[in-house]
Design a protein around this ligand. Sequence first.
Ligand code: OGA
Ligand code: MN
Length: 300
Amino acid sequence: MDQPVKVQYKPLSSACGVEILGLDLRENLPQQTIDEIRALWNQYIVLVFRNQTITEDEQLRFAGKFGDLGERKAPPEELKERTTGVLQNDQRVMLVSNKMLEGKPVGSFGDGDMWYHIDSGYAKNPYTYTFLYGVELPSEGGNTLFGNMYKAYDSLSQDLKDKLAGQKALHIHQYERRARVDISGDISKIPHWFHPVFVTHPESGRKSLFVDRLMTQRIEGVSHDESEAILEELYAAGENPENVYEHEWELGDFVMWDNRCAIHGRTWFDPQEPRLLRRCTIEGGPLYEELSDYPQNQSA
Ligand code: OGA
Ligand code: MN
């Protein structure tokens, strides 16, 4: 068999993101190509493939080369009607859409803007990766924004890094797209988890800021007011336009990102215009602040 050619790519912004050139994701790509894609992913966080024509099965096959496919998380009974999409038949696939069928949403995430978040950051095991394929797009807006959280971490003052080292934050999700969660009452029925404020990416070995505006609600171990002030500073670091790549979708775009070192959000679009993207994910494990904390790095 011919040796696979080296994967070609070009940068999309100075923040993060590269476009991968010359690959057809319908093909059963050789392991060497997959390894190169993974290496680029670890370096650039967001990968974009243009002009793809890919079925659901082909998407799942390609994504599955990067780990175990994630299943959609079941929301608590109370929040179910916010998430049920009538055309979402496969637990591994989410339709990100504002479209309706007989008065019911076909998928999830509706319309309008979405605050920055980390996919399933409120879970003990957040998805490592998300893959999104553009099927139907509005004439403008609905861009996906990606914040490079390595850069966000690097940009923090040494004082803040010292203060937050070893601290955790509460991530909680009420299935809203642009609202904070009221945590003053009982949160036991709202999905939530505590993660380190800073996590080390187990593959790149780099430290990133693991905080987002939509789901990270409280820094542990400080007063409410101090938590609010610190969170605002951390949200702003992640959302700093200098560290953000804004993806303007074209039909056939296939975009994949790493949730351990990126936050993402969405710009507004006209709710009258249909938008549909097909999403799948890869299951992850717990996140740790130091590389040496990961179980696989601990000797006996
Ligand atoms: C997602 C998501 C943003 C978008 O699929 O996880 O956040 O642009 N999508 O719709
Ligand atoms: Mn998301």
